[in-house]
Design a binder for this molecule. Structure first.
Ligand code: UDP
Length: 375
């Protein structure tokens, strides 16, 4: 075991994982005069917000990341490292070759039903969902969607997309997934309801680099290859990887939905005119095509697009979406209880907390931990 001269371990904190949770915690710890060592098994920092620069375009290597939040403290915090641009996410949905605006709003209703006013849209929607009005507590995603949106919207935009995204029937999925999709009666294509939104000018790596400036980081370093050694380096461990892996899967494996990305460079300056286009038909194997330059209003002569394919998660590929159903929730709680018994350990972040976190949730969770821990 490595010890400093005073008998203390060399660092106050070992932070496993340099994603947004770990990086925010480490930054705040440093502000309070604590020492941190960050390790990451990947060859780069930033976790899933990391961008590759291809032909001067920031490519969201692990899927589209759009920062949005209602938390002013979180927004001010991230803006203190890098200025954010005025990007507003307004994805399109492609269904049988026709394009519709998302989220569901007057533009969508107009194209779908030929209605021009909110009153006309309301009447149409009521008609569409009247058969499902009796559902009080939706038992699954299908019931939730039919109750909220009625048949046309469910069948065109939700059923196919959701079933391919999650690899299971909408009858087996929890209702809360669909609560993420806002619904409006204005001609407003802004996907998010949050008051603050944007992409870091110059890309997400600037945010990570700002957070980690002056903090020791070891890349290509896997905690599990020698955990006794890494534990011996610091008084406390902040672990941001998979909680089930941390405990050797002793209560079973938590399930995830996997994703697979195919990045392509194209000799055109503008492929689809929008950063995000969803493909809602079940038979199209990918869920969306991302054209990265549009996140930053890029004017480069070429473009990079990414087809996003959902798929089974298997060992050795990246765990993306937690599947927060009953079975997994029970297992997670057991791991969480076990983690809470260990005083020098905190397990956090999207994988550690087995939660469908947006980036702002991760920042907030790390800030809260830091406030509690570093009083
Ligand atoms: N969804 C859908 N149709 C769409 C987009 C989303 O049915 O065109 C559903 C789907 O179940 C998905 C959920 O809404 O899993 C959340 O999607 P969103 O794109 O907001 O989340 P992300 O995958 O980007 O985290």
């Amino acid at each position: 075991m490595e010890k400093s001269k005073k008998g203390k371990k060399p660092y106050d904190y070992l932070v496993v994982g340099t994603g947004i949770f770990g990086a925010v915690f480490a930054y705040m710890a440093k502000q309070k005069g604590k020492t941190c060592l960050l390790i990451d098994k990947r060859p780069h920092t930033g976790g899933n917000i990391y961008c590759d620069s291809i032909n001067s375009i920031n490519v969201h290597k692990y899927g589209a990341h759009i920062f949005h939040t209602a938390n002013k403290e979180v927004w001010d915090f991230v803006n203190s490292f890098v200025e954010f641009n005025h990007y507003i996410n307004s994805p399109l949905a492609n269904y049988e070759g026709k394009l519709y605006n998302l989220p569901f709003n007057m533009n969508t209703f107009c194209k779908l039903w030929g209605v021009n006013t909110p009153a006309e849209a309301m009447i149409k929607l009521e008609e569409q969902r009247k058969n499902y009005a009796d559902i009080v507590e939706p038992a699954n995603l299908e019931e939730q969607a039919l109750k909220l949106c009625g048949e046309d919207i469910y069948n065109i935009f939700i059923k196919g997309y959701t079933e391919k995204q999650w690899g299971r029937s909408a009858l087996e999925l929890p209702a809360f997934i669909i609560k993420r999709i806002p619904f409006r009666f204005t001609f407003d294509n802004n996907y998010f309801n949050d008051p603050y939104q944007g992409i870091p000018k110059g890309g997400y790596n600037k945010l990570t680099d700002g957070l980690l400036e002056g903090i020791e980081v070891r890349l290509d370093t896997n905690y599990f290859y020698d955990r006794d050694y890494f534990d011996s380096l610091a008084e406390k461990v902040i672990f941001t990887g998979r909680i089930d892996e941390f405990f050797g899967f002793e209560y079973g494996e938590l399930e995830y939905r996997g994703l697979h990305f195919e990045h392509k460079c194209l000799e055109t300056d503008n492929y689809q005119g929008n950063a995000v286009v969803n493909y809602n038909e079940r038979k199209v194997p990918y869920t969306r095509i991302i054209e990265h330059k549009h996140f930053e209003f890029g004017t480069q002569p070429t473009t990079v697009i990414t087809h996003e394919y959902p798929g089974e998660f298997a060992k050795d590929n990246e765990p993306y979406y937690p599947i927060n159903d009953e079975r997994n929730t029970v297992i997670y709680k057991k791991y969480k209880e076990k983690a809470d018994q260990i005083p020098h350990l905190y397990i956090g972040g999207r994988l550690g907390q087995y939660a469908y976190f947006d980036m702002d949730d991760s920042v907030e969770a790390a800030m809260n931990l830091a406030k509690k821990e570093l009083k």
